[in-house]
Design a protein around this ligand. Structure first.
Ligand SMILES: [Zn+2]
Length: 471
């Protein structure tokens, strides 16, 4: 009963006992807690001491109904941590669905509050969360040629200002003349008004002429040279088998400050495919670094903690790109529960611990790590074969996926470094002046595939809802 009523009981045989938070129907609550009968017996035996009552009343700690009412009461007062403590207390011994539900909702709410604090720092306006970044660049991109080029280029040029264009066409882009022709075809395929700038590369072969490379660099035509170990990935048959034969070119590149982009996998058939990147670092990359001091090298599309560790062990002449899809999938996505050809790419996704190392690197903000999507369109007809092609097509939804991933890791404030600042700094180019804005709201849907004259190309499916859209 309430204090006003209690004050009316004043006789000497009245003993007042406090039962806070129990509500007004004391007798029913006590019956539910099964303490009314022992309490009455104790009173009639005249041994209802404060201690005896305290012991009886303590049973409320195990009483669901009492605890539920208490939880609702403190929850209504927005005392979130106390509500959490009560829920934890209740669900600890066993199943208690209403408490578990409340706890889950509360967890989400607290996470949302934490997120909100981050977002406010990241320029959230009102309840519409948005972040504005310098326009991103893609430091590793496959645009193909012909029909495919014209069909897929607009998806990259819509969000990205520049991209390092991979030279593995058929035949490959090996000379400055090849690169000039390819650049013109790319510029010709751009949508009207687009300011997208293709950053061209040459495909390093054992016949590459160091003078041609130097001239292409001096004229501003190329921004890097690409090393494919022979047979490492799509159209890499012209790649390098004997590294001594490319040494003069590498030495010239070190002199003139032209970066070498490296597909970092050995191709020896006796090396397990999941080990090829780590072995490449030991057998090829580290020796090149030692014998060609000053050469700027980009370890492309790194997939292992070994590569992350190696990158961190080196000076500022070594950079590393990370793809969108390697931040999202591990090898289970490709192989568990049926084979998923659209998750197959090279280097192949590795164990979860490696994916987590990549996430840590990408979201660290460290200058040596930057985005190279390796977005690589193949038609479904070429993916869904007994020997299907390697590559994930992420040009459409990369920025949505990255915002989602960085938000999940509490690192939205590092997204701009990864997509827009670290790459230009490595390549000694200015960061883009214009910006893009991402807003968070209802789930964004991207098409499952895009049509091209060569056939449909499946868009990478991250396997989770995307709430960030590029405005
Ligand atoms: Zn690639």
């Amino acid at each position: 009963m309430d204090a006003a009523h209690a004050a009316m009981f004043t006789r000497s045989n009245v003993k007042k006992l406090r039962m806070p938070n129990i509500g007004s129907a004391l007798q029913f609550e006590m019956m539910k807690m099964e303490i009314l009968k022992p309490l009455l017996i104790a009173a009639s035996d005249d041994n209802l001491t404060n201690l005896r009552f305290a012991k009886l009343f303590r049973t409320r700690r195990g009483n669901r109904r009492y605890l539920r009412d208490l939880m609702q009461k403190v929850d209504a007062q927005e005392r979130n941590h106390l509500t959490q403590a009560i829920c934890n207390h209740v669900i600890a011994p066993g199943r208690a669905p209403p408490f578990e539900r409340k706890l889950k909702a509360l967890d989400a709410k607290l996470t949302a509050e934490d997120w909100l604090r981050t977002a406010l720092r990241a320029n959230a306006i009102g309840m519409k969360l948005k972040i504005t970044l310098r326009r991103p660049d893609d430091w590793h991109l496959h645009l193909r040629d012909g029909n495919m080029l014209r069909a897929i280029l607009p998806y990259t040029s819509k969000h990205f200002a520049r991209a390092i264009i991979m030279p593995n066409l058929v035949p490959p882009v090996v000379t400055s003349a090849d690169a000039a022709g390819y650049r013109d075809r790319i510029l010709g395929a751009l949508p009207d008004g687009s300011k997208f700038e293709p950053l061209m590369t040459l495909y390093l072969t054992e016949q590459t002429d160091p003078d041609d490379v130097a001239a292409a660099h001096a004229s501003g035509l190329i921004k890097a040279v690409k090393l494919y170990p022979s047979g490492a990935t799509t159209n890499s048959a012209s790649g390098v088998s004997h590294f001594d034969s490319v040494r003069p070119t590498l030495e010239r590149m070190a002199e003139i400050g032209l970066p070498l982009c490296v597909h970092g996998e050995v191709t020896d058939s006796d090396i397990d495919i999941f080990d090829r990147e780590a072995v490449f670092i030991d057998r090829v990359l580290d020796p090149i670094r030692r014998t060609t001091p000053g050469l700027r090298v980009v370890m492309e599309h790194i997939t292992t903690s070994n590569a992350v560790d190696y990158a961190r062990s080196q000076d500022e002449t070594l950079g590393a790109t990370i793809t969108t899809h390697h931040l999202v999938i591990n090898r289970n996505h490709i192989l568990a529960g049926g084979i998923k050809p659209h998750y197959y790419c090279l280097p192949v996704a590795k164990r979860e611990e490696h994916r987590l190392a990549l996430r840590d690197a990408a979201t660290s903000g460290e200058a040596r790590f930057f985005l190279g999507t390796d977005s690589a369109p193949h038609t479904d007809a070429n993916k869904l074969l007994p020997c299907g092609c390697a590559g994930c097509f992420t040009a459409l939804n990369t920025m949505s996926i990255l915002a989602q991933a960085f938000e999940e890791d509490g690192a939205l404030d590092k997204l701009e470094r990864f997509t827009s600042l670290n790459g230009p700094a490595f390549y000694d180019l200015p960061a883009n002046e214009d910006t893009i804005t991402l807003t968070k709201g209802d789930p964004v849907t991207y098409p499952s595939h895009v049509e091209t004259p060569d056939g449909p190309v499946t868009v990478f499916d991250p396997g989770f809802d995307l709430n960030w859209r590029v405005e």
